[in-house]
Design a protein around this ligand. Structure first.
Ligand code: IPM
Ligand code: MN
Length: 368
């Protein structure tokens, strides 16, 4: 039996609720595919601040470093908003990205056909869109020094080294090649030196990927084009801050932030988390949409656990539940059946088991 070490960081707000769903799904997949998960749960974000007065502890980081993969719920909330920068829950997440070296953040926004009506965009604009945002995650203005603020000014530093741009560009080109797609590198080269540099390096890397079409787009235009005609995009590669913003926009193509998973990958480590935040207004009410979290588990199965069949089945299970009109409140329309977080979990688990059954049934039919 294959054993995988996984550290879970449920975090704050709806984080623990959606993490419970992820664990139930892991349990099921493990038992069906003969995988053994050694799971360790650690505190992160506000939960860690409350207990240890720091947003992530050394021992939690250590556990993540020793794991095959990390699953994160979400961190942050109004309770901790007024703390100094170094003590904010978000700092825990940034520290994780830094310590684990997770430089590449993959945020796929693919529309589930039954959800076309849940988007605030017109159906014909979004149906068929499939965008992958490749966000640089350990550099740029999020991490640049010097930084600071006092009563008179506030400042941050936006800086990219060549190797940082090269490695993220490679990730984007490799992905686009696999998808038979193309790359749009998003920058602000008309204003920022760091962006002109980004553009030059991306073009240099592109010499090794001549079969993959590359175009450049300014970030303001990209934001506009994403809501005007998302189908023109395939892989978007961009710096940390632009990627943060653009991936929230692409999320709305799918109808809800509650649908969007992400994978953060480095040379040695990987972390999977939903793109949505802690949604404190619905925390603890069994209302959160667990699909982004389940899709994050699916990405983990594809990328770290190398279980494409399980991932595929899980995806089909989600699709069939949505096809049956079952929805959490954030993606509900007038004729849907509204379920709780746990309700969605049960439906997806049931659908997963059904697909297994139908595979077995059809095998038996073949034998007869
Ligand atoms: C995200 C979040 C984080 C970010 C915050 C919570 C630090 O918005 O993962 O998109 O800005 O990267
Ligand atoms: Mn964000």
């Amino acid at each position: 039996m294959k054993t995988f070490k996984i550290t879970t960081l449920p975090g704050d707000g709806i984080g623990p609720e959606v993490m419970d769903v992820a664990l139930a799904v892991l349990d099921l997949v493990g038992s069906e595919y003969g995988l053994n998960f050694e799971i360790k749960s650690e505190l992160a974000g506000g939960a860690s601040l409350d207990q240890f007065n720091e947003p992530i502890t050394e021992s939690a980081l250590q556990s993540c470093l020793e794991s095959d993969a990390v699953l994160l719920g979400a961190v942050g909330g109004p309770k901790w908003d007024n703390l100094p920068q170094e003590k904010k829950p978000e700092k825990g997440l940034l520290k994780l990205r830094e310590v684990l070296g997770l430089f590449s953040n993959l945020r796929p926004a693919k529309i589930f056909a039954p959800l076309a009506d849940a988007s605030s965009l017109k159906k014909d604009v979004i149906v068929g869109s499939d965008v992958m945002v490749v966000r640089e995650l350990t550099g740029g203005i999020y991490f640049g020094e010097p930084r600071g603020h006092d009563k008179h000014e506030g400042f941050n530093t936006l800086r990219y080294k060549k190797y940082e741009v090269e490695r993220i560009a490679k990730v984007a080109f490799e992905l686009a090649r696999k998808r038979n797609g193309h790359v749009t590198s998003v920058d602000k080269a008309n204003v920022l030196d760091s962006s002109q540099f980004w553009r030059d390096v991306v073009h240099e890397v592109h010499k090794d990927y001549q079969d993959v079409p590359l175009s450049n787009m300014y970030v303001d235009n990209a934001a506009m084009q994403l809501v005007r005609d998302p189908k023109q995009f395939d892989v978007i590669v961009t710096q940390n801050l632009f990627g943060d913003i653009l991936s929230d926009i692409t999320a709305m193509i799918t109808g809800s932030l509650g649908m969007l998973p992400s994978a953060s990958i480095g040379e040695k480590h990987a972390m999977y988390e939903p793109v949505h935040g802690t949604a404190p207004e619905i925390a603890g009410q069994n209302k959160a949409n667990p699909i982004a979290m389940i899709c994050s588990v699916t990405m983990m199965m594809e990328i770290t656990l190398n279980q494409p069949e399980a991932a595929h089945r899980l995806n089909n299970a989600i699709e069939s539940v949505l096809e049956n009109g079952i929805r959490t409140i954030d993606i509900a329309s007038t004729d849907s059946t509204i379920v709780t977080t746990d309700g969605m979990r049960d439906e997806i688990i049931h659908a997963f088991q059904q697909t297994n059954k139908s595979i077995i049934d059809s095998r038996e039919l073949v034998r007869e």
